[in-house]
Design a protein. Structure first.
Length: 132
């Protein structure tokens, strides 16, 4: 899609589809959460990467989001899931470190360390916690 007319056709089709969604929701007495509903475009045309779609629902333009979340997964323009995977990796690293420090705190008293096998266990846990 290179011409502005092509984008207007896409916006028109999406607006028409949103009207159909609205009819469905009304039939089943459901309500669209407009604060969480956004429009997004996924394509590989770098020249059009900054273009924002104007999709309307009930005569209001839906906000455009270049990297929306769907079912907890962050989507990017080229669908590489890079941002989502990086955020998951950071969260797992933090969780792993917290779990290790909590575990080590539980076994750090002298009576627990007096058993010979616990020293080896602590070394294994430290190795797991500190080596990425």
């Amino acid at each position: 899609m290179h011409a502005d007319g092509d984008w207007q056709v896409v916006e028109g089709v999406l607006t028409k589809d949103m009207a159909s969604v609205g009819e469905y929701l009304q039939t089943w007495k459901l309500k669209l959460i407009t604060t969480k509903t956004v429009s997004a475009a996924f394509h590989r045309n770098n020249k059009e990467a900054k273009r924002e779609l104007e999709v309307k629902y009930n005569n209001k333009t839906l906000p455009f989001c270049s990297e929306p979340k769907y079912l907890g997964v962050a989507l990017d323009r080229s669908l590489t899931y890079r941002r989502h995977l990086e955020s998951r990796r950071k969260k797992l690293t933090i969780t792993r470190e917290a779990a290790c420090w909590l575990w080590l705190g539980c076994w750090s008293n002298t009576s627990a360390n007096s058993h010979p096998s616990l020293g080896a266990r602590n070394r294994r846990v430290l190795r797991t916690c500190l080596v990425p």
